[in-house]
Design a protein around this ligand. Sequence first.
Ligand SMILES: NC(=O)c1ccc[n+]([C@@H]2O[C@H](COP(=O)([O-])OP(=O)(O)OC[C@H]3O[C@@H](n4cnc5c(N)ncnc54)[C@H](OP(=O)(O)O)[C@@H]3O)[C@@H](O)[C@H]2O)c1
Length: 326
Amino acid sequence: MRAIVCNAYGDPRDLVLTDVPAPSASAGEVIIQVEAAGLGYVDALHVRGGYQVKKPLPFIPGSEVAGLIIAIGSNVSPELMGQRVTALSSNGGLAEQIAVPATSCMQLPDGFSSDAAASALLNYCTGLYGLETCGQLRAGETVLVLGASGGVGLAAIDIAKGLGATVAAAASSDDKLASCRARGADLTVNYSQPDWRKTLETELAGRPLTVIYDPVGGAWSETAFRCLSPGGRHLVVGFAGGEIPRIPLNLPLLKRSSIVGVDWGGYVRNNSADATPVMQRLADLVSSGKITPRPTATYPLDEAPWALEQLMTRGNVGKPVIVFPH
Ligand SMILES: NC(=O)c1ccc[n+]([C@@H]2O[C@H](COP(=O)([O-])OP(=O)(O)OC[C@H]3O[C@@H](n4cnc5c(N)ncnc54)[C@H](OP(=O)(O)O)[C@@H]3O)[C@@H](O)[C@H]2O)c1
């Protein structure tokens, strides 16, 4: 089968498209014929060898897929055979077939395409877990999303709107902000401008800002935190800006606000059963039309290195998805 293989840490453009043996299903596993694979910043970071935990070489990047179950191992319900599912894996997504534990598969609701599912699993589960479980977001509240035009950011806009919140989106260019508006953001602010805090406050027009969804970090985090209203929740999702912020602890005290860590992967690793209600909530919100996950761009497998490079250089908008002919 064809796969993108990382033989050495480095530039995503050095990744190679290779023929490798197809996987077989061990006990408890299924084989998915991959129809679509989502890409995120974290995949590019793994290829660079820049993630906290390095993946042993060689490896096939890609951690979220959607497709058809074509084989099952022992101890797997035969009913799974032939089902269309989406699944998270530690790697292996950029390949025509992947072996994953049967327990990590979620059956796709009717009308939910593989492209849409592969764009949704990680970012939407993180968003639902982050905004609802960690952030206790309620309808009528106002959320600021940083890095709002990225994959995690656009998903957060869609979810927050679906939950009845007002969304302020922050990104680095007017084009990116236009994508945020198209996804449903009510207010926008260009945070590459030095006085962006003032612009945000003008946009908010006295409306209390109670939740910040922050996948970027750097100096943006503290500026955003200073805009929170009392009782606010600053959700720490990631550090795509490359710098881990150090916020003085007098700020949460003065603001009577909390800083809450959002680690969807860690939450699920701690107890895999915790994933089920969140994934079910995702399926329900999709079925009811309250949220509408979709890829912003699709590419064939041989363009995956280029798509990963875009994620490292702030060149992308939203969630790129690799699609496989079937
Ligand atoms: N906690 C969790 O469970 C969880 C789950 C999924 C992802 N994440 C993390 O969330 C973060 C965002 O992931 P993503 O897939 O949404 O990435 P993405 O699509 O590349 O979006 C990240 C955004 O960050 C901004 N940014 C600022 N400085 C940047 C830089 N030096 N390099 C790249 N982007 C920069 C960019 O927007 P502007 O150009 O507008 O600034 C970009 O749109 C990553 O750190 C990822 O590891 C965490």
